[in-house]
Design a protein around this ligand. Structure first.
Ligand SMILES: *Cc1c(COP(=O)(O)O)cnc(C)c1O
Length: 397
């Protein structure tokens, strides 16, 4: 039986194991020095002050906290692309607010500034965009629109950990940003998330919301000197426990140091797909990145003409290649109560497929995938013309 090629896969190895071993041996596995180091390293990575970031146990939890900090509640609307992660929709709806879904560009699957503007109302409290596949999209223009209208911008940068526009990291264009380190992302801590908050006062509230709303009254030393009890406390909100720990963040510290190498490999894989699939009739590769844009290459998505996407996904599976589609349209999910008609997103959702993309793919895996896609497309579209053309292209390239 052939080995299956995964769509997403983490790269965890000896270095991460050694870091975990060290934490075990230190006898402190809860939130401590490693988590502090992870937050400081991440803040450096996105070029913000250490006090503006809080690490939590998932990106979804970071989004829930962001909505609370944004003051989103009953009567308010939050705009998000219908091509969004389900946790983002839930973070809005769980606060009694209305998620308002906007359309996306049919090729990039990112919302354009016009898509966002079209659904703003006087009740819009915030806009929550993501960076599809790691492509930044029109984030700078959307940030400007939000500033002009006095609306908060929150970036779901879950899959945009190394994405930039003119050198500026995605996740830092708006008022808040969230990132994911779950098992399928680029930097993996098994489970984990990060929250960036621009406003210093709101940023100071974030770690409290992540830990019972607890107000730290004093430490051991202070309490000893003042002859008070260090176990007394006050709370400022009825909050949950969303903190991370030193086992997971020790893994994160190693992963963060490997990020440049991960991105380099992903860029190379995207380049191989681009040249290997170029000119294949009935298939479109991702559009080129605009000048000044850098991607994290989290996804490599192709789009099929002729309504063959689902068949191709099954054909590839039979050849040992997993593919998938992200993110199924949220305006179609009944529980959100949306009646929107979003034609570009609907067309894109019917023809887009994610090919395997992760840094552990070998050149042979990528070749095998390219060959399989070519074969499946020509079989399904019933002509060899496209294949001949593409083979000629590849010889030339
Ligand atoms: C994975 C993902 C999330 C959620 O991250 P978790 O850490 O699993 O909660 C949010 N948004 C996007 C775009 C994602 O891909």
């Amino acid at each position: 039986m052939v080995d299956m090629i995964n769509v997403f896969q983490p790269s965890l190895g000896e270095q991460e194991l050694a870091a975990v071993r060290e934490v075990f041996e230190s006898n402190w596995v809860g939130r401590g020095e490693r988590a502090n180091e992870f937050e400081a390293g991440f803040a450096r990575h996105i070029g913000v002050g250490r006090e503006h970031v809080t690490s939590v146990n998932s990106c979804t939890e970071a989004t829930f906290i962001a909505m609370e900090l944004a003051g989103v509640g009953p009567g308010s609307e939050v705009v998000l692309p219908t091509v969004s992660f389900v946790g983002a929709g839930n973070a809005i709806a769980s606060r009694g607010a209305q998620p308002v879904f906007c359309d996306v560009d049919p090729r990039t699957l990112n919302p354009t500034v016009a898509d966002v503007e079209a659904v703003l109302t006087p009740r819009t409290k915030a806009v929550l965009i993501l960076h599809y596949g790691g492509y930044p999209g029109e984030v700078a223009q959307i940030a400007q629109l939000c500033r002009d209208r006095g609306i908060l911008l929150i970036e779901d940068a879950a899959i945009a950990i190394a994405s930039r526009v003119d050198g500026r990291p995605c996740g830092t264009f708006g008022d808040m940003g969230v990132w994911s380190f779950d098992h399928g992302k680029i930097v993996v801590t098994v489970d984990g998330g990060m929250l960036y908050v621009r406003d210093p006062e709101l940023a100071a509230r974030a770690p409290k919301l992540a830990y019972f709303g607890l107000e730290q009254k004093s430490g051991y030393d202070q309490a000893l000197r003042a002859r008070t009890r260090w176990w007394d406390f006050e709370i400022s909100s009825f909050s949950r426990r969303s903190v991370t720990n030193d086992v997971l963040t020790a893994i994160g510290n190693v992963q963060l140091s490997r990020l440049p190498e991960f991105i380099e490999r992903r860029r190379e894989i995207a380049r191989r797909y681009d040249s290997g699939l170029a000119g294949l009739d009935g298939l479109l590769c991702p559009p080129p990145l605009p000048a000044g844009h850098e991607s994290s290459y989290y996804m490599y998505w192709v789009q099929f003409e002729g309504g063959i996407r689902d068949e191709i996904a099954r054909d590839l599976y039979e050849r040992g290649i997993y593919t998938t589609f992200r993110y199924p349209l949220l305006h179609k999910v009944a529980a959100y109560g949306s009646g929107a008609l979003l034609p570009n997103a609907e067309a894109a959702a019917d023809r887009t497929l994610l090919l395997p993309m992760h840094q552990a793919l070998s050149d042979a895996d990528v070749e095998r995938t390219i060959e399989a896609v070519r074969e499946c497309v020509s079989e399904r579209l019933g002509g060899a013309g496209g294949v001949k053309l593409a083979v000629a292209d590849r010889r030339a390239g």
